[in-house]
Write a protein that binds this ligand. Structure first.
Ligand code: SIN
Length: 482
């Protein structure tokens, strides 16, 4: 499409990870015209990198109620129950929907879905594809289904620069090269912001672009103090820094050992707990890694992890893997209701960019890909009920701001696993606006809960149960969500 060209669609989706692709597919299957804007090639979306699977209560010994209880326990008193109920009730059916578009999940020896276990789950309920290649296979399958849809336009390599608003309503998106898409509704699905932290499991593009786009159109954001640190990312191995070793491997029996070779943590406790125990061990012994022992696990079942480690010179069937926590997932994001609607008319948000309250203070493993599918579908259906929009002229594009290396280092130093007031205050003047917003939320929450650990407020304040730090203007205000 030439510069300055305009496209009219029913829906425009920004981002082509699992949430964006599934939302676009749902809208297209309802007969809508859809434009998908994708800045990066597929292989750089966080979904494509995802090693975990999709959590759904499918086992004979499982139920949505048990899945809900685990989600709430992991979320440490901050899970919005209505959002979690949507997820646990709709996830099992969504697995069936994905199978209908020829997504093949791993099966056990009887041909039934193989259900994996991960931290914080009381039952086996994670479906995988290709072991730890679930995200890659899901992204491929969804893109293959999407390109078969005649009313879908995909703008690959296009970067959304700003939202097009008229009379307080979002009516489309302007790309960096001044191409514009006008639509009844705009869906932000650009992923999270964990790459804003120097040590991360995420692709470099996970810097909160969608969150900033939505905020500049006036949308409220919330819970930005809650970034999840994954316990087991490779450390000290050149070329593999931050490479994720899936929790599914601990689900199959891998253990964590300290410098003395002894186990020190329940490897299948919720992620915030395991990450903090590792952090304490690193601090106590002044070392940079603990050992992940997967010698008892059949590494061939996790081919991409096995291959990556072997290429880096580590044989996981014989050696310990050096691991330490790394920023992995933002629980906060753009405030959204149960259909992905934001506080601005015409604007929706799904996947990691969204904050519906589903994950509370600490996301339960593998709930996120399920969220992408469940809420991606709901947002598409709801967005198509928006009215058709007027025909004014789009604004000019605005240059995108990127975080510097100094910002990313400062985020790791001052908003890492353990933070305090003086460190957080240093982020308030950071030139990357999202860094300062994270600091404002983290300063407002004067307690320790889930992924947010304040050394100067080490206890949980039960007065903040179900209270979410929402920023509509400059400073956060606590709101009670149910
Ligand atoms: C993992 O496989 O450990 C990551 C999956 C997730 O983040 O839920």
């Amino acid at each position: 499409m030439p510069r300055n060209e305009r496209i009219d669609s029913d829906l425009v989706v920004v981002g082509a990870g699992a949430a964006g692709l599934y939302s676009a597919l749902t809208a297209a299957s309802l007969g809508a015209s859809v434009t998908v804007i994708s800045a990066t090639p597929l292989a750089q979306t966080a979904s494509y990198w995802a090693q975990g699977g999709l959590a759904a209560a499918l086992g004979a010994d499982d139920s949505p109620e048990l899945h809900l209880a685990d989600t709430e326990r992991a979320g440490r008193g901050l899970v919005r129950r209505s959002a979690a109920e949507v997820l646990v009730n709709e996830a099992p059916e969504m697995i069936g929907r994905l199978q209908e578009i020829r997504m093949r999940f791993d099966a056990d020896s009887s041909g039934d879905l193989a259900l994996g276990l991960e931290g914080g789950h009381s039952r086996r309920r994670i479906v995988h594809a290709g072991g730890s290649s679930t995200g890659r296979r899901l992204a491929r399958q969804l893109s293959a289904a999407l390109v078969r849809e005649p009313k879908v336009t995909i703008l690959e390599g296009a970067r959304a620069s700003n939202l097009w608003t008229e009379d307080g309503r979002v009516v489309g998106v302007v790309c960096e090269d001044d191409r514009a898409v006008r639509a009844r509704a705009t869906v932000i699905a650009t992923g999270g912001a964990a790459a804003l932290w120097n040590r991360t499991t995420n692709p470099p593009g996970s810097i909160g672009i969608g969150i900033m786009l939505a905020r500049s159109a006036g949308a409220a954001v919330a819970d930005l103090e809650f970034v999840q640190f994954h316990p087991t990312a490779v450390v000290g191995v050149p070329g593999r820094e931050g490479f994720l070793i899936s929790e599914a491997i601990r689900g199959e029996g891998a253990t964590l050992v300290g410098p003395d070779g002894e186990r020190f943590v329940d490897e299948l406790a919720p992620r915030d707990e395991v990450a903090r125990e590792i952090w304490a061990m690193l601090d106590q012994h002044a070392v940079e890694s603990v050992g992940l022992d997967m010698t008892s696990v059949d590494a061939e079942r996790f081919p991409n992890i096995n291959d990556a480690l072997m290429q880096a010179g580590i044989d996981p069937s014989k050696e310990l893997i050096p691991v330490a926590p790394a920023a992995h997932y933002l629980m906060g994001g753009v405030v959204s209701d149960l259909n992905g609607a934001t506080t601005v008319a015409g604007l929706y948000v799904i996947g990691e960019s969204a904050c519906s309250g589903l994950h509370g203070a600490n996301r339960l493993a593998s709930n996120s890909l399920s969220e992408c599918i469940v809420f991606g579908a709901r947002a598409a259906r709801s967005a198509l009920d928006e009215p058709t929009v007027s025909s004014g002229e789009p604004p000019s594009s605005v240059p995108l701001q990127l975080p510097s290396r100094e910002t990313r280092e400062a985020m790791w130093r001052n908003a890492g696993l353990v933070r305090d007031r003086s460190g957080l205050e240093q982020l308030l003047e950071d030139p990357y606006p999202l860094a300062a917003l994270v600091a404002r939320c983290a300063l407002a929450r004067e307690e320790s809960r889930g992924a947010h650990w304040r050394s100067d407020f080490p206890s949980l304040d039960s007065g903040l149960d179900s209270m979410h730090a929402v920023i509509s203007g400059t400073d956060p205000a606590f709101e009670h969500w149910q």
